[in-house]
Ligand binder design. Structure first.
Ligand SMILES: O=C(O)[C@H](O)[C@H](O)COP(=O)(O)O
Length: 368
């Protein structure tokens, strides 16, 4: 068996070599030639998986070690009878940690009082559910807009988008990128939606660029009526530098980049391959992760809480890095510095704050 894998999938080397020849190639460079005799392709998001890449191959399985799968032409694979898998939830803890750090920064640097404020969640799947816990632990009321879930589960716990737009002090987007159809999310936040947001509200996008129409957003940033936090961008890796300067917090599509976020993606990918070929790796898990069991001392009061979150992960480190080297967007992503999900730190000290930190993320995505 031959496997072609993106060389930026951490912890993968050695996992599959007993069962297959594994060829590691930079994701954006994987080409038709590489795929000719491959049975399996493991990607992250930088490989366009389509007819052009796979037409002459005898590929059997495509796995992306990510949540997002908008880089995969699913229709083509399905027509060909090729199975594809993604890793739902793999970086949900990472994104929740990113949002926790953002909220801590808003509290410490922007005078944001979380208690009693309204947090609007647009999309509440694996990621949104974890983000909800973070917002609630900080005393916020959470409104949820998720039309597919509302249809499946009943409307009771969900709001329409207009309510979320009108009432939220902060809106965080956690939807997949869907190009067309009933649940289209491409260009979801255009002028007509942005104009309904509360004056001075915060808008956070860590899902996919293209869900917010950047040209439309820019005018709301010019008159300061919206505060934007962008992790994902319409034309990655080529950012609109003017827009970037107008955002309150920015990062280079790394909200899912905690050690855990990536390691979970790798573990789930190996398990998908094990299931498909019935290999003895169905419980395989990436090991020897950095910062295992790191302790964080927590002091009392809001400052103690904010400091503990930032010691675990400080979003402003990523903001500063991108502002200095926006032209190195992709290089920055490749050299990302390690931090863990909140659930993988041991918080000790002030009881009340430790309780809040545990409530934000009671358990890791893949249990040890
Ligand atoms: O879709 C996902 O899982 C995330 O957007 C992830 O962070 C993408 O990472 P990449 O494959 O671009 O390294």
């Amino acid at each position: 068996m031959k496997i072609v894998a993106d060389d930026r999938i951490p912890y993968l080397q050695g996992a599959l070599e007993n069962f297959a020849e594994v060829k590691y190639i930079a994701g954006a460079k994987i080409n038709t030639q590489d795929m000719l005799d491959a049975d399996v392709l493991i990607t992250r998001t930088r490989t366009q998986v389509n007819r052009e890449l796979l037409e002459n191959s005898s590929i059997k399985l495509v796995v992306t070690a990510t949540i997002g799968h908008d880089h995969i032409d699913k229709k083509y694979l399905e027509e060909r009878g090729v199975i594809w898998k993604n890793c739902p939830g793999c970086n949900s803890g990472s994104v929740a940690t990113y949002i926790a750090s953002l909220l801590a920064t808003m509290m410490s640097d922007h005078g944001f009082q979380s208690k009693g404020k309204t947090f609007g969640l647009v999309g509440c799947g694996n990621v949104g559910k974890r983000v909800k816990k973070v917002a609630e632990a900080l005393g916020m009321k959470v409104l949820i807009n998720d039309p597919p879930r509302a249809l499946a589960e009943g409307k009771e716990n969900f709001c329409n988008l207009e309510t979320v737009l009108n009432q939220s002090d902060i809106i965080s987007i956690h939807v997949p990128y869907i190009r067309s159809g009933e649940y289209k999310t491409s260009a979801l936040f255009d002028d007509s939606k942005l104009s309904q947001m509360k004056e001075g509200a915060w808008l956070v996008n860590s899902s996919r660029g293209g869900i917010i129409v950047e040209n439309d957003l820019e005018k709301y940033l010019d008159d300061n009526s919206i505060n934007a936090v962008l992790d994902v961008w319409e034309n990655e890796p080529n950012l609109d530098l003017e827009l970037m300067k107008k955002c309150k917090v920015i990062s280079s599509h790394i909200a899912g980049y905690s050690v855990d976020g990536k390691a979970n993606g790798t573990s789930m990918s190996v398990r998908h391959i094990a299931e498909f070929f019935d290999l003895n790796l169905k419980e395989w898990q990436a090991t020897n992760l950095p910062l295992e069991d790191k302790k964080i001392q927590v002091k009392e009061g809001e400052l103690g809480l904010v400091k503990a979150i930032k010691e675990a992960y400080d979003i402003m480190d990523d903001d500063k890095k991108l502002r200095c080297t926006a032209e190195n967007f992709e290089i920055n992503r490749g050299q990302y510095e390690a931090h863990r999900d909140l659930a993988n730190y041991q918080f000790i000290g002030d009881e009340e704050n430790c309780k809040k930190l545990v409530a934000m993320m009671p358990e890791p995505v893949i249990k040890k």
